[in-house]
Design a protein around this ligand. Structure first.
Ligand code: ADP
Ligand code: MG
Length: 238
């Protein structure tokens, strides 16, 4: 279970409107990618879905339940940040379990969830290390692990690979595709990398100036972009 519905969602910062009435239905288990130019509102929309940012108008529903007024902890969605958000003074295991600890879960329960996530992400041997003793890819895995242990209904990624080098980005992209196959959990993923969008997405949402320009499968957008803007963004020859 993890369907997400946005109904006429708007965001205002003061008297500046940055999200201008977004409607979107995401099915349970779907992998949806948000693309669009810098400043178009991708992060803001994702943060509204996560609850980190208040919604000015409209509704957000999770499994048909209105969560618009719920804080992040009431939404069962996990946001994956770039790996630099790890706590440097904690071990890998402590980083992964920290959210559960603050939520009041017991030690044994936390250890078992951390072990399971570490196994999925091939971090078993690294649980006692600190982030600075890890490679960039390993750190990003820890950031993902921190989200997995919360057993969310959906994962929200905001350009998780943008500070990795090209080779590592390819490796992590495959890793995220594998994770989606294994967990079959809903994922929303913000990127400005065309290859990531075309290879990972079930559907791509193209945003511009706080509005959805087009939604479709990678193939639909490639073959039938509804505007020059979408064509250029997707890299379609049309
Ligand atoms: P993107 O992630 O697509 O690059 P953002 O969602 O970060 O875009 O930003 C969308 C717009 O909202 C930008 O014009 C940005 O300057 C503005 N914005 C984002 N956060 C804030 C904030 N906390 N206060 C005021 N304006 C903001
Ligand atoms: Mg952003």
């Amino acid at each position: 279970m993890g369907s997400i519905r946005l109904e006429n969602v708007e965001k205002w910062f003061g008297d500046v409107q940055v999200i201008k009435g977004v409607d979107l239905d995401i099915a349970d288990g779907e992998f949806v990618i948000f693309v669009g130019p810098s400043g178009c509102g991708k992060s803001t929309l994702l943060r509204m879905i996560s609850g980190l940012e208040e919604t000015s108008r409209g509704r957000i529903l999770l499994d048909d339940v209105d969560v618009t007024a719920e804080p992040p902890s009431g939404r069962k969605l996990s946001m994956v940040f770039q790996s630099y958000a790890l706590y440097p003074h904690m071990t890998v295991g402590e980083n992964m379990g920290f959210g559960l600890k603050t939520a009041g879960e017991g030690k044994a329960q936390i250890a078992s969830k951390v072990d399971e996530a570490a196994r999925v992400l091939k971090l078993d041997a690294l649980l006692d290390r600190r982030p600075k003793a890890l490679s960039g890819g390993q750190r990003q895995r820890v950031a993902i692990g921190r989200a997995i242990v919360r057993e969310p209904k959906g994962f929200l990624f905001d350009e998780p690979l943008s500070n990795l080098d090209a080779a590592l980005r390819v490796e992590m992209r495959l890793e995220i595709a594998r994770l989606h196959q294994n967990l079959s959990t809903t994922m929303i993923y913000v990127t400005h990398d065309q290859v990531e969008a075309m290879t990972l997405a079930d559907r791509i949402v193209v945003l511009k100036d706080g509005l959805i320009m087009q939604v479709g499968t990678p193939r639909e957008l490639y073959e039938n972009p509804n505007s020059l803007f979408v064509a250029q963004f997707i890299g379609s020859p049309k």
